[in-house]
Design a protein around this ligand. Sequence first.
Ligand SMILES: C[S@@+](CC[C@H](N)C(=O)[O-])C[C@H]1O[C@@H](n2cnc3c(N)ncnc32)[C@H](O)[C@@H]1O
Length: 239
Amino acid sequence: MAQEETAHPAAGKGVKMSEPETSAQYDVWSKFYDNTFGALVHRRQTRAIAELRIKPGDRVLDLGVGTGLSLTKYPTDANVVGVDLSGGMLRKAKDKLDADGLHHAELVQADAMHTPFADSSFDHVMVSHVISVVSDPNRLLQECRRIVKPTGTIVVLNHFQSPSAVVGFFERVLNPVFVKIGWRSDLTLQECVEGLGLHVLYHFKLSWFDFWQIVVLSPTARGPMPATDLPRGAALAAG
Ligand SMILES: C[S@@+](CC[C@H](N)C(=O)[O-])C[C@H]1O[C@@H](n2cnc3c(N)ncnc32)[C@H](O)[C@@H]1O
C-alpha cells in the first residue's frame, strides 16, 4: 500500500500557503512582476547563478522560474529547464525566450514539489524566491535533492527568518499579511533543510542589510570553496 506523505512542520507553521491560491495570485502578479519585485532581483539572481559554477553542457533546472528574469543570465552553452505553476508567469517567460532567441532554455508547467523529472537528472538546481511561496518548503528541497546529481549543486535565493529576537518577532507577527501577497516571512533555513541529507556548503547576503540570502547546498559535502568570479555569459548587472 502506498505510504501517505506527511507534511514537514515547516509546511504547517503559522498561516499556510496553498498551491491553487498561489498559482492564481501569480497569474495576476505576472502582469506587473517585472516592474515591481522583479526589478529588485537582478543583481542577487546574477550572483546566485554564478554560485552554480555552470560548465558547458550542464543541465540546469530553475524551479519557480516565474517570468523568466533569470533565463538571460545563464550561459548559452548550458541546457536550462524553467518550471513554474502559474500559466501567467510562464507566458511572460515564453515571451522572453522568443524575443531573445534563447534556444538553450525550455519551459514546463508543473508543481516544483512534484516534478516529472528523473532522479539525478540535473547538474544544478536554482530556487530563486520560491521557498517561501510553496506550501511545504522542506518537500520542495527534498524534490531538489532527488533530481540533482549526487555531486550537484542547489542554490536557494530566499528570505529566511532573522535569528535576531526582535526582527524575528516582527517577521512572525507580520506573516499573515505577507501570505496575502504570496509569500511567507516566518521560515528558517534550518527547518527547510532538516532531515534531507543536504549539506549547507555556505550562505551569504550581498550586503548586511539585504533581506535575501544566497544559500549553496549539495548532497555531497565539499571542502572549502573559493569565491566565485562573475558568471560566464553575464555581467553583474546593477539592480
Ligand atoms: C516570487 S516569484 C519568483 C520568480 C523567479 N524565480 C524570480 O526570482 O524572479 C515565485 C514563483 O514561484 C512560482 N511558484 C509558486 N509555487 C510553486 C510551485 N509549487 N511550483 C512551481 N512554481 C511555483 C510562482 O508561480 C512564481 O512564479
